[in-house]
Ligand binder design. Structure first.
Ligand code: NAP
Length: 313
């Protein structure tokens, strides 16, 4: 059996954090491999457009931004593969990354696997996923032309995606469990001014109902009065937060109670030689602009770690 090739740095995840870590690692001439499960871009590609990444005063589509990130990293020699990472053995000086296609050895690892959408965990959700229940407006919104849909959640994602869905749907109902939105003000203002959007305050979805054609209606409950009601919709988009993609990590990589990876200011995790960047990390602001900052710092710190190995051993 041949020994797997040894990389200086393996970056797991090809969203903004991973691509920026790759750019910095390649410019510093570390032998770097970026592994991505499906395609480059990550969660970014589940949105249509970005309005808060500096340098693009009119905004930029997520597709274009991903292509620009990628082109810049490739210009400095980024090597990347589509391969799902299943586990990591980080106990020795050489980290062993297990993938569906075999093992990869590395002196350091950058975890940049981002997050997946949190489930609502109500009756009918699993049954109607792909038949009326969706977690991605850009993927499924066009199927709801002139139809009535609901969006669950009150954060940036829910409110932004509700606005996006008004391009297709005749009416968009936002179902939110409180009486104030968590989304930033500029997005709230846009939603409140949109005649196609109705916000249902203090309401939770208790069940998603449907038939052979898909979703037909939602069962709602008022959290203050406990009154129940029914809302007729043909689609429901669930945006109730994020779950970090960390199932592949060993327990030695410390997490916070919500499962996000704990790092110091240098993006170092509890395991020497393992760094984390982007949405997967425990932090207060999950944005592209913070993900790229994390990616740069993680690659820089991983570089210093590799140099320290050379000096000590
Ligand atoms: P989030 O900020 O965690 O918001 C989740 C929303 O879902 C909250 O309104 C929450 O209600 C609600 N929620 C959670 N569990 C629920 C449940 N079981 N039933 C009903 N409602 C529930 O998640 P997000 O909106 O996906 O955003 C994730 C991160 O990405 C945030 O840091 C956000 O700022 C960022 N982001 C930024 C942009 C942008 O800058 N353009 C766009 C998208 C996302 P409560 O409010 O009552 O807690």
């Amino acid at each position: 059996m041949t020994t797997p090739e040894l990389y200086d740095m393996v970056i797991v995840g090809g969203g903004p954090a991973g691509l920026t870590a790759a750019l910095y690692a390649c410019r510093a001439r570390y032998k770097t491999l970026l592994l991505e499960r499906i395609g480059l871009g990550g969660q970014l590609l589940t949105y249509e457009k970005v309005d808060n990444y500096p340098g693009f005063p009119e905004g930029i589509t997520t597709f274009e931004l991903t292509e620009l990130f990628k082109a810049q990293a490739v210009r400095f020699g980024m090597e990347h593969r589509s391969s799902e990472v299943t586990s990591l053995d980080a106990s020795g000086a050489i980290k062993v990354v297990h993938t569906a296609e075999g093992l990869v050895h590395a002196k350091s690892v950058v975890i940049a696997t981002g997050c997946a959408p949190r489930k609502l965990e109500v009756k009918g959700e699993a049954e109607f996923t792909g038949r009326g229940v969706s977690y991605c407006a850009i993927c499924d919104g066009p199927f709801y032309r002139n139809e009535i849909v609901a969006v669950v959640g009150g954060g940036d994602t829910a409110v932004e995606e509700a606005i996006y869905l008004t391009k297709f749907a005749s009416q968009v109902h936002i179902i939110h469990r409180r009486d104030t939105l968590r989304a930033i003000k500029v997005i709230q203002e846009e939603a409140l001014a949109n005649p196609k959007i109705t916000i249902h305050w203090n309401q939770v979805v208790t069940a998603i109902h449907g038939g052979p054609q898909g979703v037909t209606h939602l069962a709602l409950q008022d959290v203050l009065s406990n009154d129940t009601s029914q809302l007729d919709v043909s689609g429901v988009f669930i945006f109730v937060g994020l779950i970090p993609n960390t199932h592949w990590l060993p327990e030695s990589v410390r997490r916070d109670p919500l499962g996000f990876v704990i790092t110091d200011d240098h993006m170092a995790t509890s395991v020497p030689g393992v760094f984390a960047a982007g949405d997967v990390r425990a932090k207060s602001l999950r944005q592209i602009v913070t993900a790229v900052g994390d990616g740069a710092t993680a690659a820089f710190s991983a570089g210093r770690y590799i140099e320290s190995l050379a000096h000590h051993g």
